[in-house]
Structure formats: C-alpha cells, structure tokens
Design a protein around this ligand. Structure first.
Ligand code: 13P
Ligand code: SF4
Length: 315
C-alpha cells in the first residue's frame, strides 16, 4: 500500500472508532469482508457467531458488515435496536435463489414435512420455516429430528446434499446455490494438490460435491479457521471465499494458505462481490448518518424469530 493510501486508511479507521464511541455502536463483521473492515470490527465471526453475539449485545446500535440477511437476523433478534448496514445492495445469491412466495408454495405442497432453512435466506423465507441452521450447526440440528421425520431443507442444494450424506437422511432439497462456492474448479484443486502434496484441503459445505470429496475438512468458516489454527500442517488449500484468509493468516502467520481459484478466471481467489461492497468509507458514512437501517416487517419478524430462537437453543 502506498504511503498516501496507508495514511488515508488510518485516518478513516480513526474516524470510525470515534463515531462508533459517540453513537454507542458495536461493529460486527463476517470473515468474508475485506481485511480492513475486519480490523475495525468489535467482533468477527461466522454466521452463527454473529447471530449469537447480536442476540446478547446491550449497545443501542449494531452495524452489520456482512450481507443483508445477516442484518435481518440481527434485527429480528434485537427488534429494539437500530441495525445498520454499510451497503443495502449487499445481498446474497443463495438467499436470492429462494423467493419466499415460491418457497411457501413448495412447503404447502409437502404437508407433514418439517422445514429446515439455512440462515442464508430472507426473513420472509424464515417465516415459513420450523428451524433455521447455519453451516456450523446444520448436522447437529438435522440429527435432532427423529430418524423417520420427513424433512425439507432449503435453499442450498450443496449443503443439503452434504448433510444428507453425513447423516444418512434423505431430505427434500430446494434447488438453490451460492454463485461463489459453485464456481470452484475441481481441475485446479487437483493441480494444486499435486503441487502441494502436504497441504490439507479446507472446504465450505456450500461447495459442489466434487470439491467436498477432495477435501480433508468440511466446515463453516469458523470451523475451517479453528482447524487451521490447531493443525500441525503448514499448508492449506482453502475452498471458500477468500476473505477468510485474512483471519487465517493473522492467527497463523507461519502457515501458508492457498485460495482455490474459480473455474473461469486466472485470478488467485474467489471473492463474494456482495461481501466486498462493505468498505471503510461506507462504514464511516453509515455510522455518521445512522443509515441505511435494516427494517423487517414486525409480523414477518415475529414468525421468523421462532425458528432462529429454536436454532440458538439447539446449538
Ligand atoms: P458461515 O456460516 O460459514 O459463516 O458461512 C456464511 C456464508 O455466507 C457462506 O457463504
Ligand atoms: Fe451469499 Fe455466497 Fe456471498 Fe456467502 S459467499 S454471502 S452464500 S453469495
């Protein structure tokens, strides 16, 4: 980073710190956001950790640096707080692959099924759900249902089929996916494994089955990070969004993390363009202006809260 850019970044971070204190705000950031956002956050974490932290905060203002459904989850759990997001356009292709009206029809077409939804969904989809899961607790929560329960799992077909494979279930899957995790190249993974035969492959369960089958560890962003910290291995090939490498490298400065590239690009990483919409400038502006604010229709929020609370109590 050149000197001017470094001092502008430092000044912005100072401004954010000052505004945060003035407004009584707490900044939460997902591991996929830019490193500079993670550096100014009070808490960083995976989806489950961020939901848990939001539910316990006493601060009047929460700024969610992540994507929109994470802001909605925080708002549903903390209806009396102001929940801000730096960029309201920070959506999620996986959440978008499951429109609430179509999901409602699907659920109604399958009476007698329990409905499990991944947290990467809109509040309106959660309102048609019995229990929410994240990639951290999906297996445990699915296992908590009786063996003969009829289960719908939405919207991620990759996570759903991974959970089917490890639990022996036959859940009915919604046909959705994340554009980032679908893009990882199996050929490039095979090539990287040849070049780095000692490296462990860490994969998020949103990846396609062919990637999962080549992985040594499959888990949420937090689980992959914990594994990298605890492992004696020195090299890791990382099949998830590249933002996680910031915290992996910070916690393990002597280890090497190699991001698995996507299919159709020569770049070395796989970014979620939505997560990367969170910038220091937008974070400063949203703290200063008190907007954009996340709102959830109270009736929808009430219905969506039950399956989120159920998840929190089961995990
Ligand atoms: P985690 O729950 O592992 O943080 O994943 C969230 C996500 O959006 C993955 O793409
Ligand atoms: Fe959504 Fe995929 Fe981005 Fe995660 S990486 S927030 S699932 S678009």
């Amino acid at each position: 980073m050149d000197v001017d850019k470094a001092s502008a970044t430092r000044a912005l971070k100072d401004e954010i710190k000052k505004l945060k204190e003035e407004k009584g705000a707490v900044i939460l950031a997902h591991y996929y956001t830019k490193g500079e956002i993670q550096e100014v956050a009070d808490y960083i974490g995976d989806s489950l950790a961020l939901a848990r932290i939001a539910s316990k905060l006493s601060a009047p203002v929460i700024v969610m640096c992540g994507v929109h459904f994470m802001g909605e989850t925080a708002k549903i759990l903390c209806p009396d707080k102001k929940v801000l997001i730096p960029d309201p356009e920070a959506g999620c292709s996986l959440a978008d692959s499951c429109p609430a009206d179509e999901f409602e029809k699907f659920v109604k077409a399958h009476p007698g099924y329990e409905v499990i939804s991944y947290v990467n969904t809109s509040a309106a989809v959660k309102a048609h759900t019995d229990v929410v899961v994240t990639s951290s607790n999906a297996r445990k929560i699915v296992d908590s249902f009786p063996a003969d329960a009829k289960l719908i799992f939405g919207p991620d077909r990759n996570l759903g089929s991974y959970i089917n494979s490890v639990t022996g279930r036959d859940m009915l899957l919604w046909d959705g996916a994340c554009h980032v995790h679908e893009q990882f190249s199996v050929e490039k993974l095979v090539e990287l494994k040849k070049q780095h035969p000692e490296a462990k492959v860490l994969a998020h369960p949103e990846c396609k089955r062919a990637i999962i089958l080549l992985a040594d560890v499959v888990g949420s962003t937090a689980a992959l990070l914990d594994y990298a910290v605890d492992s004696d291995c020195r090299e890791f090939i990382v099949a998830t969004e590249s933002g996680i490498l910031h915290e992996m490298q910070r916690k393990c400065p002597d280890k090497t993390f190699i991001p698995l590239p996507p299919n159709d690009s020569t770049c070395g990483c796989n970014d979620c363009s939505f997560m990367k919409l969170n910038t220091l400038e937008k974070l400063r502006d949203c703290l200063r202006d008190g907007r954009p604010e996340v709102t959830v229709d109270p009736e929808v929020a009430e219905k969506a809260r039950r399956p989120i609370d159920r998840m929190l109590s089961l995990s």
